[in-house]
Design a protein around this ligand. Sequence first.
Ligand SMILES: Nc1ncnc2c1ncn2[C@@H]1O[C@H](COP(=O)(O)OP(=O)(O)OP(=O)(O)O)[C@@H](O)[C@H]1O
Ligand SMILES: [Mg+2]
Length: 256
Amino acid sequence: MTQVIAIANQKGGVGKTTTAINLAGALAEAGYRVLCIDMDPQANLTAGLGINLNTVERSMADVLSDGRATLDEVILRTEVEGIDVAPAHIDLASTEGELFTMLGRESILRDAIAGRVDGYDYVLIDCPPNLGLLTVNGLVAADSVIIPVQTQYYAMKGLNNLVKVINTIRTKLNRDLRILGLLPTFFDSRTNLARDMLEELRVVGDHHVFNTIVRNTVKLGEAPLAGRPITTYAATSEAAKTYRDLAREVIELATP
Ligand SMILES: Nc1ncnc2c1ncn2[C@@H]1O[C@H](COP(=O)(O)OP(=O)(O)OP(=O)(O)O)[C@@H](O)[C@H]1O
Ligand SMILES: [Mg+2]
């Protein structure tokens, strides 16, 4: 059974794309077949998986805009065994506008992937940093959602808005959508603030918080520039181990 997992948080720079790339890396290393779907016009997921953006001819923009292409027609192999990517393109920004006029505009992605992702064990959907239609499409298409949360100032701010959107989607469009967990990111154990934030995440909300904590690590910023997940870029690093831990948790939680 394919598990479709969206990675969402409307706050920018919290580690959504980093989570998608490196979770994909760890899942692929464990022998799973992974499709990464890039729903962000910034195309950081696509680039971070080593795809030269200038060579992308067809992208998710074509899949979403009145079916100019099917999902299979845009999927590209990456250099990492087991990871394919449905690339984004800057065009996606205007696609969002087009979606507004479409019937069933929140479910276009769900319809586009239906019956076309059976060859994958996991589909990871990287959402843009807003709660617009691209993110909503990602959430409607997903079985579950991972919410990366920066363990810094104001991390909790905005979380309620995201949870509200998720709840609305649950009642209206995707009853089975569940929050797989909040993922603490950019953790710096040297600061009290980070430790307090982590505590707050675990205590205040009634959402599952992953045991895995992603630390603030320079290597995690370097790996996407090399176009590879941390699991192959720095296979023996602490950060690679972190994402293997996360993959184990995700496998356990996402299995129905
Ligand atoms: N744990 C970390 N330690 C250090 N740097 C990190 C870490 N996680 C991510 N980064 C870097 O921080 C930046 C933001 O991360 P990322 O792109 O994953 O966030 P995002 O939530 O996808 O951002 P956006 O909202 O713009 O899509 C990137 O340059 C990334 O390489
Ligand atoms: Mg991103």
